[in-house]
Ligand binder design. Structure first.
Ligand SMILES: NC(=O)c1ccc[n+]([C@@H]2O[C@H](COP(=O)([O-])OP(=O)(O)OC[C@H]3O[C@@H](n4cnc5c(N)ncnc54)[C@H](O)[C@@H]3O)[C@@H](O)[C@H]2O)c1
Length: 327
């Protein structure tokens, strides 16, 4: 049995990955300060340590007392709009603290890392399906901090025996089939989360940020990946890193682009009612179209998604939102 250390396990994606790892029999320790996370999402079978990732004294004690085979680093701040207003805060949480944490891990011999990066490192991609070797051009402070940590790992691996898998997530959405976890954030900027809140009556309407993009219907286009497929990508990546000890960077998306209007229309069909929407201005730092070329991961890891249907993503997001409302 392998021991895994996971930061951000009280958050949306980290909790899904934690549940899958526990299901698969891994020994799991979660570090989370609960700054944006939620205690109810933490798998009770994991060991939970409530601390900041940059508390190197505490983290050192954890690493001295237990040997881990791999660290999965999810903890961070995720709001693009907030990062535009408070770039220093984002640099501190997503880069400086993460660097302190990872250096502490390396110091105590934990040298295999899976890092949650983002498709926003590509900025406004020139290709319809962006691949890992395409130009990087982060347009907002959030994306810049993620790219800085990518580069930190890449540079470190040149002169230290560390290995990493950098996973660039596209738009993560949906919820666990068993509804053990889902997105809780009150101030989410995620399209499907907001649409779900409108669908269950928690919000009055959804604002479509810009309908004057150069796309088929004027609204931005994104690649939505179900969070349970993303969790599986982490499991498969962990096995690969443990087995082969080879560093790599992978896109995590399906390669299908849906416009914001298409997502809302599909939701309306599923619910058989209309989600109230309104056109608003573009958000600063938003890109026109961000869709993955997922070939690299699928080929090298011989992986196939299980949940790549927009209907399924929306249905699970809706069920989760209903559960939250009734609890
Ligand atoms: N949600 C997405 O669509 C998406 C897309 C691309 C990348 N990502 C990345 O995936 C990761 C997880 O995202 P998420 O949606 O689950 O976010 P989330 O906000 O739900 O979870 C982040 C967790 O990290 C914890 N945390 C933050 N700073 C911490 C610190 N200094 N010490 C300890 N714990 C800390 C929070 O309490 C929270 O539980 C993030 O790194 C994010 O940048 C997310």
């Amino acid at each position: 049995m392998k021991n895994i250390l996971l930061t951000g396990g009280a958050g949306y994606i980290g909790s899904h990955v934690a549940n899958l790892l526990i299901d698969q029999g891994y020994d799991l320790t979660i570090i989370d300060s609960l700054i944006t996370g939620n205690k109810t999402l933490i798998n009770p079978k994991a060991k939970f340590i409530n601390c900041d990732i940059a508390d190197s004294k505490y983290i050192s004690e954890i690493l001295i007392n237990k040997k881990f085979d791999i660290v999965m680093h999810f903890a961070g701040l995720i709001r693009v709009d907030e990062s535009v207003k408070e770039p220093e805060k984002y640099n501190e949480f997503n880069f400086e603290k993460a660097k302190i944490f990872l250096d502490t891990c390396f110091k105590y011999g934990l040298k295999k890392v899976i890092f949650s990066s983002t498709a926003s490192v590509y900025g406004n991609p020139i290709h319809n399906n962006v691949s890992e070797s395409d130009e990087l051009n982060p347009l907002n402070p959030y994306a810049k901090t993620k790219l800085k940590l990518e580069n930190f790992l890449i540079n470190k691996s040149k002169y230290e025996k560390i290995s990493y898998i950098i996973l660039r997530y596209f738009n993560v959405a949906g919820a666990d089939e068993k509804l053990r976890s889902g997105l809780i954030s009150k101030n989410s900027t995620h399209l499907i989360k907001i649409a779900s809140e409108v669908a269950v009556g928690k919000r009055d309407e959804i604002i479509i940020n810009g309908d004057d993009y150069d796309t088929k219907d004027g609204t931005a286009i994104r690649d939505f990946i179900h969070v349970s497929d993303l969790a599986d990508i982490h499991l498969v990546s962990a096995k690969y890193l443990l087995d082969k000890n080879q560093s790599n960077i992978f896109n995590c998306g399906y390669g299908n682009g849906y416009s914001i209007k298409e997502v809302i229309d599909t939701y309306n069909k599923i619910l058989n009612k209309k989600i109230k929407s309104k056109i608003g201005p573009r958000r600063p730092g938003d890109s026109k179209m961000v869709v993955a070329d997922p070939t690299k991961f699928n080929k090298i890891l011989n992986w196939k998604p299980k949940f790549n249907k927009l209907d399924y993503i929306l249905k699970t997001a809706y069920e989760w939102e209903k559960k939250l409302k009734s609890s």
